[in-house]
Design a protein around this ligand. Structure first.
Ligand SMILES: CSCC[C@H](NC=O)C(=O)O
Ligand SMILES: [Zn+2]
Ligand SMILES: [Zn+2]
Length: 426
């Protein structure tokens, strides 16, 4: 299709701004407003829609562009509607303003993560429809809640629902990351989150006394060990031997210890209980058993009066026991199709990566489905969850072209050997 004229471009940007201005920040996202907005967008381009509340107040908005051959499995484009909170005072332009500066940068929470992608899907469909394109496969768009807090009431429920079975999905696209260089980034897997809390107990005592087995000493032995492990993993990245997503990361999230007093903490008392929390991220092919053994034997050994619990403990395997990653070889035609479609839209692509954090894609991979992480943002600093998150409007518009190309390729794909005759050919 031809490039949009000035008027169309400014309408496209206004719609993006409108979505960005809806406050869907955790912990109390305005899902009523976002749902209303998405439905109105869907209506304006005649997509079928339904709103499913697997959990009350947590709407999944599901849109459908029916394909001409309903016997072909469908394509799902997923995006989450929630965003992380912002420290308003630290932003140059307010996080809900969607202000566009002189360089065309649109400032807003969610401009990269990931309201851009959700809107780009819709804009690409809008353009394809007006060009007269007709998909063979059905195309679904899911707008899901709560990704930023784990996706348990959103994408996870959707993936394991009867609604999802009936959708007969063959492939899922979900979010990726911005790229400061000219190459787009594609993600075939992600690290699994384990949120670990370790606790130590020990005899309390006078702050002047040196003795073994205090709760502080017990906890700090663990912290030392965890930090040595952290350094060993980080060194692999620093040496250029591994990418960020290919090592196990461990970061301390909190440390809770001491006896509070009105003026701070009691200084001459060694406390009897201490606690620390860690955000651990594990690559899909890592050895989870050996990490667990390390936790039991070195990081929270009972012999040192320690216990542990997981606040999140993601699986590293799909429902058939295979590592939770999408094939990037010839066995997965969707990977090649995606690369070709991006290139056709003049996009360059870097080396396939493991997403360093977590996304909703993991729930679809658990079902054994190919799921690819991709957000079309090149020449863009990585600002997700950061102050002053922004996306340049030209880059945003370029992403729409890319999705146009992808949607065409994906919804037209017929596997070799399948003598499919689509309806419009009859
Ligand atoms: C335990 S799931 C948390 C999901 C969250 N996703 C994006 O940042 C993350 O921290 O990676
Ligand atoms: Zn995200
Ligand atoms: Zn996020």
């Amino acid at each position: 299709t031809t490039a949009p004229n000035q008027d169309e471009q400014s309408n496209i940007i206004s719609r993006f701004q409108e979505y960005l201005q809806i406050n869907t920040a955790q912990p109390s996202p305005d899902y009523q407003k976002s749902t209303h907005f998405i439905l109105s967008q869907a209506n304006s381009i005649s997509l079928e829609s339904q709103v499913i509340e697997f959990v009350k107040g947590k709407p999944v908005v599901l849109l459908k562009w029916p394909g001409s051959d309903p016997s072909l499995p469908s394509v799902l484009l997923n995006s989450h509607t929630d965003v992380v909170p912002s420290e308003y005072s630290k932003w140059v332009h307010p996080p809900l303003g969607a202000h566009i500066d002189g360089e065309g940068n649109i400032f807003a929470r969610g401009s990269q993560d990931m309201k851009c992608v959700g809107m780009q899907y819709l804009e690409a469909i809008r353009r394809l429809k007006s060009s007269g394109f007709q998909p063979k496969r059905s195309l679904y768009l899911s707008f899901v809640p709560d990704e930023e807090i784990g996706g348990h009431d959103g994408a996870e429920k959707l993936a394991y629902s009867d609604v999802f079975k009936d959708m007969n999905v063959d492939v899922v696209l979900d979010e990726g990351l911005a790229s400061p260089g000219e190459n787009y980034r594609l993600f075939y897997g992600e690290r699994t989150p384990w949120w670990l809390v370790i606790k130590a107990t020990g005899a309390p005592g006078h702050g002047a006394k040196l003795y073994d087995n205090s709760a502080m000493e017990n906890l700090f032995k663990s912290i030392e060990s965890i930090r040595r492990f952290r350094a060993s993993q980080f060194d692999l990245v620093k040496a250029g031997l591994k990418a960020e997503g290919e090592v196990i990361s461990v970061n301390m999230a909190f440390l809770k210890a001491g006896t509070p007093s009105p003026t701070g903490f009691v200084m001459n008392l060694q406390p009897s209980e201490t606690e620390a929390g860690f955000d651990i991220r594990i690559p899909p092919t890592a050895n989870a058993e050996s990490l667990e053994k390390r936790i039991v034997e070195e990081w929270a050994p009972a012999a040192r009066n320690m216990t542990f619990e997981f606040k999140q403990r993601g699986t590293l395997h799909d429902n058939l026991g295979r590592p939770l990653q999408t094939a990037i070889d010839k066995s997965n035609p969707w990977w090649t199709l995606l690369e070709e479609a991006i290139k056709k839209a003049n996009g360059k692509i870097g080396k396939p990566e493991i997403f360093p954090a977590s996304t909703d894609a993991r729930y679809f991979r658990q079902l054994g489905l190919p799921a690819i992480g991709f957000s079309p943002m090149a020449n863009t600093p990585i600002l997700l969850h950061d102050h002053n998150e922004f996306l340049n409007q030209a880059e945003y518009l370029r992403g729409i072209d890319v999705y146009e190309s992808i949607i065409k390729a994906y919804t037209s794909y017929i596997p070799p050997g399948r003598d499919a005759v689509s309806r419009d050919e009859l």
